[in-house]
Design a protein around this ligand. Sequence first.
Ligand SMILES: Cc1cc2nc3c(=O)[nH]c(=O)nc-3n(C[C@H](O)[C@H](O)[C@H](O)COP(=O)(O)O)c2cc1C
Length: 422
Amino acid sequence: MKRVDDFRLRLGKHEVVPIMIGGMGVDISTSALALEAARLGGVGHISDAMVPTVADRRFNTKYVKNKLQQYKFNVDNADKSVVQFDLGLLEEATRLHVESTMQAKRGAGMVFINCMEKLTMNAPKETLRVRLRAAMDAGIEGITLAAGLHLGSFALIEDHPRFRDVKLGIIVSSLRALQLFLKKSARTGRLPDYVVVEGPLAGGHLGFGMDWAKYDLAAIIAEIRDWMTAEHIDIPLIAAGGVFTGSDAVGFMEMGAAGVQVATRFTVTHECGLPEKVQQEYFKASEDDIEVNQLSPTGYPMRMIKHCPAIGDGIRPNCEAYGYLLDAGGRCSYVDAYHQAHAANPGQRRIPIYDKTCLCTHMRNFDCWTCGHNTYRLKDTTHRNQDGSYQVLSAEHVFHDYQYSVDQRIALPAQVRAECAA
Ligand SMILES: Cc1cc2nc3c(=O)[nH]c(=O)nc-3n(C[C@H](O)[C@H](O)[C@H](O)COP(=O)(O)O)c2cc1C
């Protein structure tokens, strides 16, 4: 019976354990988590979502405070077009985050960065260019293009000296999206080094509509695999979304995937950025507690735990401090929803808003509990403590469980004695 460790993922001259830990913004997939994946011989992702605020937390910088200070005059204004990112500071924050991670890297694996196109930041092209190039300057080994079609992203970096050296991948949820990307990027004379095929059971934003349940990851992979064979295109495919055990991973690799990208099982590890209180909510969640909704201002459906603080909260938009989802015209559908609610209820202070959420604020504060479909199974991957809480895992334990398990088995961790159940 095969296990994941019987396979290796080739990325140019690198050969790694075919397990990628997917990017999880905002700082849910921390440097520490990505570095563990690399130490163990796989691929870890940091995320470039809201890097200035992540840098403030880690390096004691003041990017957010200073930006808020600069645009404070605009906080009550529905028009956010004036709120612009300073590209030099954005570059600096990205460099800080990436450089410090890469300096700490040990082991035979690799560290990549997840870069979401939907982080439009009031100047989509300019800010994306800076984020990509700064990560390359700072020594990142790979970039996974996410949350968007990225039709122009290769062109933004094609003149960078590391364009052919950094591993570049794209996340797609359909053959059509891949075909469009390849067509638009062909001019740069470079194929992606890997393609993550993400199915409807993933966490974060989904590349499907609200009819996501009709789609099946294995069927999408088979369609892409067959098309690539017919076109003589050879790019490693990475299966993502709902891969919960080593056996699930082997199943995808036996049908032609070169590796898997996983995330949900790592949300309850010490290295993950979620506060432990939130991790316990992930453990406790039942299948009924998880929904796919349309609250994200990006327009993509997103999977969340239904009772998370982000849902229904009518907080004043924080675009002057954050503003990552402002489109090229300075608009965000949460800002619109907020101002409409206040125009309809003059004088009222905090009005619950249920159709959109202030994603920047809530992701930044770990109050938007986005999660994968299989989150309700996390309780089966660990021990229950005496006080009813669940034992948080180590990333090494989860990684090795994917790498070595067979027969759909999930290894439980060594029980922490002080917390042993009676
Ligand atoms: C909490 C959480 C946050 C995520 N955030 C992002 C993100 O910021 N960008 C992204 O491309 N994918 C994101 N994802 C998707 C993962 O990177 C990954 O592809 C997917 O969740 C894998 O499926 P699994 O969670 O069932 O293992 C997120 C997933 C989770 C669970």
